[in-house]
Design a protein around this ligand. Structure first.
Ligand SMILES: [Zn+2]
Length: 113
């Protein structure tokens, strides 16, 4: 009786593996100096317009190769070369300091003497 325990690594089903290209949608930040990989124009910050950019981590043969930036519109025009855009906003996990609830100080016992 051969009891072969084959260890099969559990694969988490994530949107994209760690070694595949992915694209996220982000605000263009002031001082941004990158060129759109599609139209070649500067992805620039404009105070009046809240520009969005698609930032892609591009993997080639399972290895990270480069970052590409696109105007959010251009990414669609380019036919989403690096897959669906992850539009999940970056939410900084803010822990509320509720660990120390303000408990009212216990009243000192009236010293009945
Ligand atoms: Zn563009």
């Amino acid at each position: 009786m051969a009891s072969s325990t084959s260890v099969s690594p559990r694969r988490r089903k994530s949107a994209a593996g760690p070694n595949s290209s992915r694209a996220v949608l982000r605000d263009v930040e002031p001082g941004s100096s990158v060129d759109c990989a599609h139209c070649g124009e500067r992805v620039k910050f404009q105070a009046k317009v809240r520009n969005r950019q698609v930032i892609c981590n591009v993997y080639v043969k399972g290895k990270w190769d480069r970052v590409e930036h696109f105007h959010s519109d251009c990414y669609e025009l380019a036919d989403e070369p690096h897959g669906d855009v992850d539009t999940t906003p970056v939410v900084k996990a803010r822990m509320r300091a509720d660990q120390n609830p303000a408990t009212p100080a216990p009243e000192p016992r009236a010293a009945a003497s």
